[in-house]
Design a binder for this molecule. Structure first.
Ligand code: IVH
Length: 678
């Protein structure tokens, strides 16, 4: 039983912490079943930290209160660079807020500020004995049974190579990935209350009276602090603490880096903010911490927060405003999208006047009506979205909104497909045709400057354009006859069209607007087949063989089987379209299919260019080091990503070796170190 339990724990660690499973789910389930059978036969031998004990215990009526082993402080938080400078100066013992170097005794560690629920987990002799929420920082709620259901939380710590202190309290954040949150939200029945964001979902799932409910939610955890320890070797730095936690089997973020000086801290913040949307978890800022334990002790804490750490938050993305109207837009593929027209409101420096309401189900679930006060989220580059309505006492509400039965553009009877209402009229619907034309000329497609929404609508309305091929046949004399076209803009548009006729195959494939084929799939398709004819004649099976997913393959094959679509393509070619094949056909070479991470500063080229080179050679890039990474390129001052790569036994090379790899002359003799640790 003990051997089986150890084996299961090892696979839990491989799966949940290292993201590197060695056996299939079925094999895992088999081990689990075997252990459970043995335990059923010998209940007297069931260890409290056995992997089967994750979903144990019955529901309780309240969550009891516990006292934390050490106070769980909060962080001072700021939003401006000068406040970060002031913090660093204070920490350095200087009163002058300079942008200078942080003295070397002030090594800094920068971490994502994870937007979840803070917990304390206590291990006695390496076994999980208690977990609690932060509460008021002194007392928290006992959520042991619930935390035990989170598979990423080890029930027993690994004692080697780094001995676990006799008693250990660690602090971390319980999180729900954005994906898990979306899945949870999409499974909610209409009218059922849902969580507004992943943090609320994580909190709600954690503070359950019945641990089975927690177990059914996909929660995750990342640890970032040793809160208290007794009977272990004291650790001199935060880096050493993080490494020890990793060695004990506790999941720790891959995004943590050592940074230097104010500039380093600001750059880390800006880079993290730029990647915010792409991160699997919600992150609402970065946390800067002094690395050295001695320096931390010198600075001490106030009643509420340590003087050695600071939260530097991202710009807010939410605001509250009023819904003036709800309109319905028809998209390129005929989907009807309800859109809220808002009292304009500024969010993170951008004025937002419209927000999407997605579909009829979303409207009824969120129960948004004209006149309501709502919270609006503007996340990155995506369309602003209504998060929730803010109920107000005594408000007089309008009637619920109803989706139209006919397409607001062409009057065709709307069809329901899954969660969405669609206009079935295709390119005979004016709105869909205008969107298709606009997409055809958009920047990543044929890049025809001057063919925006307005002109696309105009060309459709006056009957000059009935499909995308007609765009390539437009003449200046046709355009100047239109009232809204000045001679100059007519000439510019025709010049842009002529220029766009000589384009890349991938762009044209994207421009055609084949359902489900975005820029990346179009590029893959062009690289795999090399020319248009081959793609047009490819069967679904051919496409799958060349690496397309089954849905995309079906979509491409169906599109080109349609006679009308083939005619449009022929017409484009007849009107002078010439297509360049891909420059790199199905890349072969040292980087093809490899995932590469850059860390530290590169001297010979900007990071973005280096990443572009990797992609051009058929590789992928990633910003964090994990088991799926093949190569780490370490520039100047490479930090924890390099250490992590070595720990995982990933090949690391320096800039010179990278330049040699991509076929650039290296200027001087290069050292090349290969690590294949463990
Ligand atoms: S350190 C004494 N590190 O932010 C310092 N906190 O008040 C302990 N948080 O309640 C906190 N990510 O829940 C730390 N990398 C990180 C964090 C982090 C998120 C949370 C924590 C705390 C809140 C700030």
């Amino acid at each position: 039983m003990r051997r089986l339990a150890d084996e299961i724990r090892r696979h839990d660690h491989l799966y949940y912490v290292l993201d590197r499973p060695e056996i299939s789910d079925e094999q895992y389930d088999e081990l689990f079943r075997e252990l459970r059978e043995l335990e059923l036969a010998r209940p007297d031998l069931v260890a409290p930290d056995s992997p089967t004990q994750r979903v144990g215990g019955a529901a309780v009526s309240t969550l009891p209160s516990v006292v934390h082993l050490a106070p769980m402080l909060s962080l001072e938080s700021v939003t401006r660079p000068d406040e970060v400078g002031a913090f660093l100066s204070r920490a350095a013992g200087s009163t002058r807020a300079s942008r200078g170097h942080v003295p070397s005794q002030l090594r800094l560690v920068a971490e994502p500020k994870l937007d979840g629920v803070s917990i304390e987990v206590v291990y006695d002799d390496g076994s999980l004995v208690r977990a609690s929420t932060r509460g008021d920082g002194i007392h928290g709620e006992d959520v042991t049974a619930n935390v035990k259901t989170i598979r990423a939380v080890p029930l027993r710590l690994r004692n080697a190579p780094c001995p676990v202190p006799r008693r250990l309290a660690v602090r971390g954040e319980v999180l729900m990935t954005k994906d898990a949150f979306r899945r949870l939200a999409s499974h909610a029945a209409p009218g059922e209350a849902t969580f507004a964001n992943p943090r609320n979902a994580a909190a709600g799932s954690l503070r359950q009276l019945d641990p089975r409910v927690t177990a059914s939610r996909r929660l995750n955890v990342l640890f970032y602090d040793v809160l208290a320890s007794a009977g272990g070797t004291p650790l001199a730095t935060h880096e050493a603490e993080l490494d020890a936690m990793r060695a004990w089997g506790l999941p720790v973020s891959d995004e943590i880096e050592e940074v230097e000086s104010l500039d380093g801290a600001l750059a880390y913040h800006d880079a993290m903010e730029a990647r915010r949307e792409a991160l699997p978890f919600e992150v609402d800022g970065v946390v800067l911490k002094l690395d050295e334990t001695a320096a931390r002790e010198r600075l001490g804490t106030t009643a509420r927060h340590p003087r050695w750490a600071l939260a530097y938050k991202f710009a807010p993305r939410e605001a509250t405003t009023t819904v003036r109207d709800i309109i319905v837009q028809v998209g390129r593929t005929g989907t009807l999208t309800p859109v809220a027209v808002l009292d304009p409101v500024s969010i993170g420096g951008v004025t937002v006047g419209r927000a999407t309401l997605h579909n009829a189900d979303e409207i009824s679930r969120k129960d948004v009506r004209v006149g309501d006060t709502v919270r609006v989220l503007r996340a990155g580059d995506v369309i602003p979205e209504i998060v929730a309505r803010v109920p107000r006492a005594g408000e007089h509400r309008r009637q619920p909104f109803e989706m139209p039965e006919r397409c607001p553009s062409c009057g065709a009877r709307v069809r329901r497909e899954g969660a969405f209402d669609r206009c079935p009229a295709g390119l005979s619907c004016r709105a869909q045709l205008a969107s298709a034309i606009k997409h055809f000329g958009s920047r990543d497609a044929l890049d025809i400057g001057g063919l925006g929404q307005q002109n696309a609508e105009l060309l459709v309305d006056c009957g000059l354009v009935k499909d995308v091929a007609d765009v390539l046949g437009l003449r200046e004399s046709d355009l100047v006859r239109l009232e809204r076209f000045a001679a100059l803009s007519a000439r510019n548009l025709v010049t842009a069209i002529e220029r766009a006729k000589h384009t890349e195959l991938a762009r044209f494939l994207y421009a055609l607007g084949i359902p489900g084929i975005g820029k990346t799939s179009a590029r893959d398709l062009a690289a795999a087949f090399g020319d248009l004819d081959a793609i047009m004649h490819a069967t679904e099976a051919d496409l799958v063989r060349e690496g397309m997913g089954p849905v995309a393959a079906l979509s491409v094959a169906t599109f080109f089987r349609e006679r009308r679509n083939r005619a449009v393509v022929r017409e484009c070619l007849a009107r002078g379209l010439t297509l360049r094949g891909p420059t790199v056909r199905r890349a072969v070479g040292p980087l093809a299919g490899k995932t590469v991470v850059f860390t530290g500063a590169l001297a010979s080229m900007p990071r973005a260019e280096a990443e572009e080179r990797v992609r051009a050679l058929g590789g992928r890039t990633s910003s964090s080091v994990g088991p799926k990474v093949d190569l780490v390129v370490a520039g100047e001052d490479a930090g924890t990503k390099l250490a992590r790569a070595r720990e995982l036994g990933i090949r690391t090379i320096d800039e010179g070796a990278f330049r040699a790899l991509i076929g650039e002359e290296s200027s001087h003799g290069q050292r090349r170190h290969r690590t294949r640790a463990r």
